[in-house]
Write a protein that binds this ligand. Structure first.
Ligand SMILES: [Zn+2]
Length: 125
């Protein structure tokens, strides 16, 4: 038991340790919606890396973390995803594309359809 918990903690510490670099990249704003309060570091699901890596993690706000965990938000408050899907930061783009595909609104469908993704990114989302 203790071992599993240690492992979990070590992983969490490693994710948190990315905060410094991510903070610089994110300029202290949520990388999805640009909110600047209650920011935290989260890993995007399906990391190709063995250890937590900046290239597969995001600095995001509470609300966006909720979204990533499947929480429903009114579609009209999620228009920031239209910008985020064009991000040049790979984990931001991957997560935004995943989220926008879940939004039940015509603007979200239009955006997802008009999006051109690198085949490399397409394979990840
Ligand atoms: Zn956010």
């Amino acid at each position: 038991m203790a071992k599993g918990r240690d492992k979990h903690k070590a992983k969490k510490d490693a994710v948190n340790a990315l905060g410094r670099g991510l903070n610089r990249r994110a300029k202290s704003h949520c990388e999805l919606c640009a909110e600047s309060t209650s920011l935290k570091v989260v890993e995007v699901e399906g990391s190709p890396f063995e250890e937590p890596d900046e290239q597969w993690a995001l600095m995001i706000c509470d609300r966006c973390e909720g979204l990533m965990n499947g929480k429903d938000e009114p579609a009209n408050t999620l228009r920031f995803l239209e910008t985020a899907v064009w991000s040049e930061v790979q984990p931001v783009q991957v997560q935004a594309v995943r989220l926008i595909k879940l939004v039940d609104a015509s603007w979200a469908q239009d955006c997802a359809e008009s999006l051109y993704l690198d085949p490399e990114i397409e394979a990840l989302v």
